[in-house]
Structures are given as structure tokens and as C-alpha cells.
Design a protein around this ligand. Structure first.
Ligand SMILES: Nc1ncnc2c1ncn2[C@@H]1O[C@H](COP(=O)(O)OP(=O)(O)OP(=O)(O)O)[C@@H](O)[C@H]1O
Length: 256
């Protein structure tokens, strides 16, 4: 079953000079899929994520999330839809510095006015699976980047969203913390059947996914599926990136 359908999406940024950022892009994402989106700088990845996350509206085309067209909702229903159906993970974590790890994680539930006991139950379950139980009382300044990103993943998961949208989630992490975060995302994807769409420049991060969709100049370029070992998938990702025009010599020294 497709949990996300993009049908002929076009996005033009109006301005002194109009810019065509996404050009007639169509693709579908299956429920439970872990999808990476890659493409050169300026190819439209963030624009695409903003459209899927309903933060930005396409100029034309249709979007279906879980069978519903969010573009038809009014402002209040759209906010609720976004909060319930989507979870967000950003490169710079976006945690509130004054709140503890636990408070950051329950924030979406607080906004919903859920009873404290229910919130505690939910947070403990998620914190255990993300190995955060020992740092629940700490604040963002007192934890590592990997722990901060796992906290952000916990916050994204607290509502059991249909889709997690991750924008360069390993971009600010060292390689060990990045691997931990990718393994956590893989576990979340496999165990709870949560669909994940991740924008990344990093072929290692992309090799954790089931499929990589490549875009160029706002248009579909190619897609490849993982049907073998991660190392081989990684090599195939590098091959497509070299066709895309990236500097693959910079990447050949990477080892997974
Ligand atoms: N608000 C805006 N107004 C006008 N043009 C924009 C706006 N936002 C993005 N663009 C342009 O649209 C194109 C796609 O931008 P986008 O940020 O989606 O690319 P990207 O693939 O995410 O890039 P990067 O990998 O560098 O983050 C770029 O050429 C960019 O300059």
C-alpha cells in the first residue's frame, strides 16, 4: 500500500526571477519503506521535503498522505494532521535548550493536552528502545550529538506518526554517532513499520535505506533498490552519484 503519493508535483518559487525548483515529479512510497532522497546541491531536496511535510505548497500537482490530500485541509486541521501523521528529524536536532530530554520528547503530547501518566508511559517505552533512560533528566547542552539526535527521534516517534521525515539527520554527527542514529532509524523502521523518508548527501547513510531516489534539477533522475548487502548497495549508490556529476573520487575513500 502506498502511504505517500506525489503526482506531477511542480514548485515554482516566484520572485523577480521565477525559479522552477521541482518539475513534474511523481513517485510513491510504500508503507514501511525506508527511502533516501539524494541529489546535488540545489536539486530541490529540501523543497521536496517541505512539500511532503506540508510546510510548503506545490504550485501544481497532487499529494496524498495515508489516503488524504493535506492540501485540501484548512489551517487548523492541517496543523493537527502534521502533528499526528508526521514526525520530523532535523540536522541540527531542534531541541529546546531549557527543557530536559524527557520534556523535549513529550512536547508534542503536551501540546495535545494528554494526561501526565499516559505521557510517562509512552516516553519510557520509547526512551528504552533508544537507550535514553539514563539521560532523561539532562538538558541538550549536557548530552552528546548522537544522544541529542536520538532524543529528537524519540520526540518524532511519540505520536506514532505514519511517516518520519528526516533532513540530513547525520549531517552534524561524527561517524560513530551517525552509525548509531542510522541503526536506530533502521530499527524503528523495521520494528514499528514506520515509513521513513530521509534526505541525505551521505552515501553511507543512504546505504541503510531500502531505496534511493535521485533527483537532479528538480526532476526524477534514477532510483535503485537494495537487493543485496549494504556494501554493494553503497557502491551502486556511488555509481549513480558519479553519473549525477558529484565528485565520486572524494567518496571512494569512505568505508562502511
Ligand atoms: N524561497 C526560495 N525562493 C527562491 N528560490 C528558492 C527558494 N528556496 C530554494 N530556492 C531555489 O530552489 C532550488 C532548490 O533548492 P533546495 O533548497 O530545495 O535544494 P537542495 O537540493 O535541498 O539543496 P542543498 O542540498 O544545497 O540543501 C535552488 O536552486 C534554490 O536556490
Amino acid at each position: 500500500m502506498s502511504i505517500l503519493v506525489l503526482d506531477d508535483i511542480t514548485k515554482v518559487y516566484e520572485g523577480k526571477v521565477a525559479h522552477l525548483a521541482i518539475n513534474q515529479l511523481s513517485f510513491e512510497v510504500e508503507k514501511g519503506e525506508f527511502l533516501a532522497v539524494m541529489g546535488p546541491s540545489g536539486s530541490g531536496k529540501t523543497t521536496l521535503l517541505n512539500i511532503i511535510s506540508t510546510i510548503d505548497r506545490p504550485t501544481s500537482g497532487d499529494l496524498l498522505i495515508n489516503g488524504l490530500n493535506p492540501l485540501e485541509l484548512n489551517k487548523d486541521d492541517l496543523s493537527l494532521f502534521r502533528r499526528r501523521q508526521l514526525g520530523f528529524v532535523f540536522q541540527n536536532f531542534n531541541l529546546l535548550p531549557a527543557l530536559t530530554v524527557e520534556e523535549n520528547m513529550v512536547l508534542p503530547l503536551t501540546l495535545d493536552g494528554q494526561p501526565v501518566e499516559k505521557m510517562k508511559e509512552k516516553v519510557e517505552k520509547i526512551a528504552e528502545s533508544l537507550d535514553l533512560m539514563n539521560i532523561l533528566e539532562k538538558r541538550p547542552a549536557e548530552i552528546s550529538g548522537g544522544q541529542a539526535q536520538r532524543t529528537a527521534i524519540g520526540r518524532a516517534l511519540i505520536h506514532r506518526p505514519s511517516i518520519i521525515l528526516a533532513d540530513e539527520p547525520t549531517g552534524n554527527l561524527d561517524s560513530k554517532a551517525a552509525r548509531d542514529v542510522l541503526e536506530v532509524l533502521t530499527q524503528v523502521n523495521k520494528l514499528s513499520d514506520t515509513t521513513i523518508i530521509m534526505v541525505t548527501h551521505d552515501p553511507i547513510a543512504a546505504s541503510y535505506c531500502d531505496r534511493v531516489l535521485f533527483i537532479k534539477d528538480g526532476e526524477y533522475f534514477n532510483e535503485i533498490y537494495k537487493d543485496d548487502r549494504r556494501q554493494t548497495f553503497f557502491q551502486r549508490i556511488l555509481n549513480v552519484l558519479s553519473l549525477l556529476g558529484g565528485n565520486v573520487n572524494d567518496l571512494n575513500s569512505l568505508r562502511i
